[in-house]
Design a protein around this ligand. Structure first.
Ligand code: SF4
Length: 291
């Protein structure tokens, strides 16, 4: 396949065929993220996209799931995305789902009818990085939207019928804004009420601007137990109606998975037991950050 630079995809797209129809991230300004810092956002020309699809179909004709990279391929205009989806379902006879990263602005810039049209054309899932529900934290990390805009984007995606998978980042407010991050993130997630919710733990790559703030002492990373306490508070405040929750990414100290609302209390009990007894034996030792 033809790829430019490093390729990233959500954990649940691990076995999907990745087709890079855009390069980079249109926003590219979040201070905790270094994924696309070396790339300038652009949409591949139509001819190039067609070539990539044809190549993929020849090499992997039995593909069932496709993820459209890079950072927010939903930024493509609806007409192009619609054509791409049509081409994909014609080229891969066993294709069941197409997924894409979408920033809040990508969703807000599309009309409800456009999103419904993309759903009808086979766009199966949008991955939305919510990161935090705190206005202060979203501002501090340069997310480019307010919590209310994030809610509007999430609700709009949900209303279209496309599956929505949201991501939040444990520890994004540092020690300074731990409680605010937990409570406000729960508030925003409750308002969006997505189908899937993934909680990652903040890990800073050297190229991320927030890493500089952390090393100069202006931002205090949470230790292992604080990340679990923050997650506990967040979960306590979740009022999700039908959501698959995962916190089992490689960045998480304690792999967790549950369905809300029915498994919320069990999840809280598990977390409480681990925190109260400082159960190092159940944590991923390679990431243990001390007390
Ligand atoms: S977190 Fe998402 S929106 Fe922000 S710079 Fe990284 S890829 Fe772009």
């Amino acid at each position: 396949m033809i790829y430019e630079g490093d390729i990233f995809r959500p954990p649940s797209e691990a076995s999907s065929l990745i087709l890079q129809i855009t390069i980079g991230c249109r926003h590219n300004q979040c201070t905790f993220c270094s994924m696309y810092k070396g790339k300038t956002f652009r949409v591949r020309p139509k001819g190039e996209i067609k070539h990539i699809i044809a190549m993929g179909a020849q090499e992997y004709p039995h593909t069932k799931r496709i993820f459209l990279a890079d950072g927010d391929a939903l930024a493509c205009d609806t007409e192009l995305l619609s054509e791409v989806l049509k081409d994909l379902y014609n080229s891969f006879p066993r294709l069941e789902r197409v997924g894409v990263y979408g920033g809040p602005k990508d969703i807000l810039e599309k009309s409800s009818d456009e999103l419904i049209h993309l759903k009808e054309q086979g766009l199966g899932i949008i991955y939305l990085g919510v990161e935090s529900g705190s206005a202060q934290i979203l501002k501090d990390v340069n997310k480019g939207v307010t919590p209310e805009e994030m809610i509007a984007a999430g609700q709009k995606a949900m209303a279209s019928g496309i599956k929505l998978s949201c991501t939040i980042i444990i520890g994004l407010g540092g020690k300074e804004l731990m409680t605010e991050h937990a409570k406000e993130t729960a508030r925003v997630m409750n308002a969006i009420d997505p189908h899937y919710l993934g909680a990652l733990t903040l890990m800073l790559a050297p190229g991320a601007p927030l890493a500089k703030k952390a090393s100069s002492g202006d931002f205090t990373m949470l230790n292992t137990w604080e990340t679990l306490e923050e997650l506990y508070l967040m979960i306590q405040n979740f009022q999700l109606s039908d959501c698959v929750f995962r916190s089992n990414h490689a960045s998480n100290y304690l792999p967790l998975r549950a369905h809300f609302p029915d498994e919320k209390e069990t999840l809280l009990r598990t977390l409480k037991e681990v925190i109260e007894n400082q159960r190092q034996d159940v944590l991923r030792p390679e990431f243990y950050r001390g007390l």
